[in-house]
Design a protein around this ligand. Structure first.
Ligand code: BTN
Length: 306
């Protein structure tokens, strides 16, 4: 009901009477008023006069009803520990493929290599639950798909020269705009679910804690509507999901990559490898040519460009 009322309010920039709303929606005027009050309590600025209702302003909050085509699959929270934890619980309970957990704030946002992901107000933090019939060894490709799609969304919809740094960071001018984390569970030879968590610095200022980071607002010199960015990303992401499982996804990632050809240092929990990043193989591992000419295949780690 909320999404229908909002749609009608948006179509009528002057105002729309309670009578018209109740006849179009097939509910009583009392019910219409109840939903209008609900929207107001969620931050929508709706002017109510004797002549009807007018939408004056709306919050930039990714409520499920803001994305009508996928509203059943969106789980929005004002604040959570980590969207990864909520998504994992939902996935274990059997939530559908392409469920999305999104939050305005995370008290315990997680990064890769057990780091903290600071999740201040204004950023976009979400996790997508995927149920893909895939053997675990190829699952890394889906992360490369997710980061390529984000680079494309930023380039095509926001005119931002986004690149991907191995494995899945999004950089602009060498500064980090977005990070991705994935978690999966498998049964036997097949993945039961893969959760991809994405944190994008949108209107928050990450430089207070991470001087090398960047936000979209700073890059574009204007606030960005997070709910539009989320929708634009999910539209592209869901469009071509079969491709995510193919080897070809790595070639697509390479077209945006900022890592290959560079001198890199890759740090894992038990080693540090230095050399030239010469390639990424069909499962997403980074091939590093060391000073003695040997090639080291890195399947995870933090990658620092020289
Ligand atoms: C990294 O670059 O280290 C990965 C950061 C991933 C952050 C996102 S924000 C949404 C999701 N929830 C989390 O706790 N982490 C991921």
């Amino acid at each position: 009901m909320k999404k229908q009322i909002l749609q009608l309010l948006r179509q009528n920039s002057h105002q729309i009477s309670g009578e018209k709303l109740s006849s179009v929606l097939g509910v009583s005027r009392v019910t219409v008023w109840k939903h209008i009050k609900g929207l107001i309590s969620h931050g929508y600025d709706i002017a109510a006069t004797a002549k009807g209702y007018r939408l004056v302003d709306e919050p930039d909050t990714p409520f499920a009803w803001e994305d009508p085509e996928r509203s059943e699959r969106i789980h929005y929270f004002e604040s959570v520990g980590s969207t990864m934890d909520v998504a994992r619980d939902l996935a274990r309970k059997g939530c559908p493929h392409l469920s999305i957990v999104v939050a305005d704030l995370q008290g315990e946002g997680r990064g890769r290599m057990r780091r903290v992901w600071h999740s201040d107000d204004g950023g976009l933090y979400f996790t997508i639950v995927l149920r893909l019939a895939m053997p675990p060894q190829h699952i890394g490709r889906v992360n490369f798909y997710a980061s390529s799609i984000l680079a494309e969304t930023l380039r095509e919809d926001y005119a931002v020269e986004a690149n991907v740094k191995w494995p899945n960071d999004i950089l602009v001018d060498g500064r980090k705009l977005c990070g991705m984390l994935s978690e999966m569970e498998a049964e036997g030879e097949m993945v039961t679910f893969l959760n991809i968590g994405i944190g994008i610095n949108v209107n928050n200022d990450p430089t207070l804690l991470e001087p090398e980071a960047m936000s979209l607002k700073k890059l574009l010199n204007r606030p960005i509507i997070r709910k539009e960015l989320l929708r634009a990303y999910l539209n592209r992401f869901e469009q071509n999901l079969d491709f995510a499982m193919s080897e070809a996804v790595i070639d697509r990632w390479k077209t945006y990559n900022a890592t290959l050809g560079h001198s890199v240092t890759v740090v894992t929990h038990n080693e540090t490898v230095e050399g030239i990043a010469v390639d990424v193989d069909s499962d997403g591992a980074l091939l590093v040519e060391q000073a003695d000419g040997t090639i080291k295949r890195m399947i995870y780690g933090d990658c620092f460009h020289e």
